[in-house]
Design a protein around this ligand. Structure first.
Ligand code: SF4
Length: 100
């Protein structure tokens, strides 16, 4: 199953995923940048949508911890490899398992 906005897929080979991320960044740069921007600059209307999504993601057994930076744990979706903090804030996104 792939991410609806970036097309990323955790089950693909690493080189294929890197290629997909580059293609997605070329095809959807505005959407991806906007989602990452929203993780830094919070908009209350977006946060009201993102919070219940993030509850689902942080309770999801398919999330994966990829790093801990300054005591903050960084998780990605185990299905599409998208960072869950930005995936939840992308209004065009959907959960790969239809949880939100
Ligand atoms: S997007 Fe869906 S499958 Fe991915 S971590 Fe969140 S709840 Fe789990």
């Amino acid at each position: 199953m792939s991410c609806t906005s970036c097309g990323n897929n955790a089950k693909k080979s690493k080189s294929r995923r890197v290629k997909d991320v580059i293609i997605a960044a070329i095809n959807h740069p505005y959407s991806i940048l906007k989602a990452h921007y929203r993780t830094v600059i919070k908009d209350e209307s977006i946060e009201s949508i993102a919070k219940p999504r993030l509850v689902q993601c942080y309770n999801c057994k398919d999330k994966k911890l990829i790093a801990t930076i300054l005591n903050k744990q960084i998780y990605i979706c185990g299905y599409c490899s998208c960072p869950i903090e930005s995936k939840a804030r992308d209004l065009n996104e959907t959960c790969s398992l239809n949880k939100w």
